[in-house]
Design a binder for this molecule. Structure first.
Ligand SMILES: *[C@@H]1O[C@H](CO)[C@@H](O)[C@H](O)[C@H]1NC(C)=O
Length: 330
């Protein structure tokens, strides 16, 4: 009956023999423990400070002196000084920040007290190796177009456009900046939105798709300028080339400057933006998007801008960039 043992049982028997012969169960336990310890060591090394340094593999290349090596923050703010103070003091600590421009559209200029406070926190929180410049861009007119006014003395090519109530950890900002560096003509951001063809109204009518539809379909065609990187040349393009009717519409309705910027970049590049994964760790929840009727107003903007541009420049995509250091399987 020797040959009649079923194959699987023979295999188990053999494996057991191998196990007994070369590694006792105590040895296996030790091996497993060593594996766990090495894994923990590797993880703690990877996640420290967002930069990996393990056996001399740092992954950092110093490009800080080139115009692509650092970035400028352009922050839009409106009468929320506590939020402004909080976000400026946070972002000042992020590596590779060159300067901060606060877009000021209030009737009264910023107070000396506020200026002194912000200069102080920037000095206090910025890294030893970086001198961050803080500038108020004071505007006479109150308009959402102000946030895209050309800034003449920007040393760096990259603009990180952000609202005063959105805070991302420095590691997320760093990652989005890295993505932008590999596609400097593209808009790179954390908040994707979509335009849908409104078939009830005809093939050239569109509906604005909020986060719900993007989440459901994984498709987007815009990233909002409340948190996005783009090349500074688009500020000039917006200032010089954006049709006056669109700018007037934005000033009057106090909405949709972000959609207009998405149109402008898509029209110039004929390619979609890039959505990057990022943790938001704080947000003021009083934005207009939480009010009713927001979707209809945004839809109106999309259709109005299509008329002005003479076509729909936005292109849908499904790509999402993630930090490979934080993803285990590929
Ligand atoms: C859109 O792109 C076309 C073709 O490149 C260009 O002629 C036009 O000026 C652009 N429109 C705007 C508003 O930038």
């Amino acid at each position: 009956m020797r040959g009649s043992l079923p194959i699987s049982r023979r295999l188990v028997y053999k494996l057991r023999q191998v196990g007994n012969g070369t590694l006792g169960s105590a040895k296996i336990k030790v091996l497993i423990l060593v594996c766990i310890a090495l894994t923990i060591l590797a993880i703690s090394n990877r996640n420290r400070d967002g930069s990996s340094s393990f056996m001399g593999w740092t992954g950092d290349v110093d490009r800080s002196s080139s115009p692509r090596g650092r970035y400028s923050i352009v922050m839009n703010t409106w009468k929320r000084y506590d939020l402004l103070k909080k976000s400026i003091s946070h972002y000042a600590s992020c590596p590779r920040l060159d300067s901060v421009h606060i877009v000021w559209s209030e009737p009264d200029p910023p107070s000396d007290l506020l200026k002194r406070y912000l200069n102080h926190v920037v000095l206090l929180n910025s890294r030893k190796d970086q001198l961050v410049e803080l500038v108020f861009d004071v505007n006479k007119e109150d308009s959402l177009n102000n946030r895209f006014k050309e800034i003449k003395d920007l040393k760096m090519d990259a603009v990180f456009s952000i609202d005063d109530d959105v805070i991302f950890p420095c590691s997320s900002v760093e990652f989005a900046f890295t993505v932008w560096q590999s596609a400097p003509d593209t808009m790179v951001g954390y908040v994707p939105r979509m335009h849908w063809v409104d078939q009830k109204k005809g093939n050239d009518k569109y509906k604005y798709g909020g986060w719900w539809s993007v989440w459901w379909t994984g498709t987007y065609s815009m990233v909002l300028s409340k948190a996005a990187f783009f090349h500074k040349k688009y500020l000039k393009l917006y200032t010089d080339e954006m049709p006056a009717t669109i700018k007037e519409y934005i000033t009057k309705n106090r909405n949709c400057e972000d959609i207009a910027m998405s149109f402008l970049v898509a029209n110039a590049t004929s390619s979609p933006p890039i959505w990057v994964k990022g943790k938001i760790f704080e947000a003021g929840s009083t934005g207009i998007s939480s009010l009713g009727g927001h979707g209809e107003r945004r839809t109106e903007c999309v259709n109005k801008f299509v008329d002005e541009f003479g076509r729909m420049p936005l292109l849908p995509t499904n790509m999402k960039a993630v930090d490979s250091r934080n993803s285990w399987f590929w």
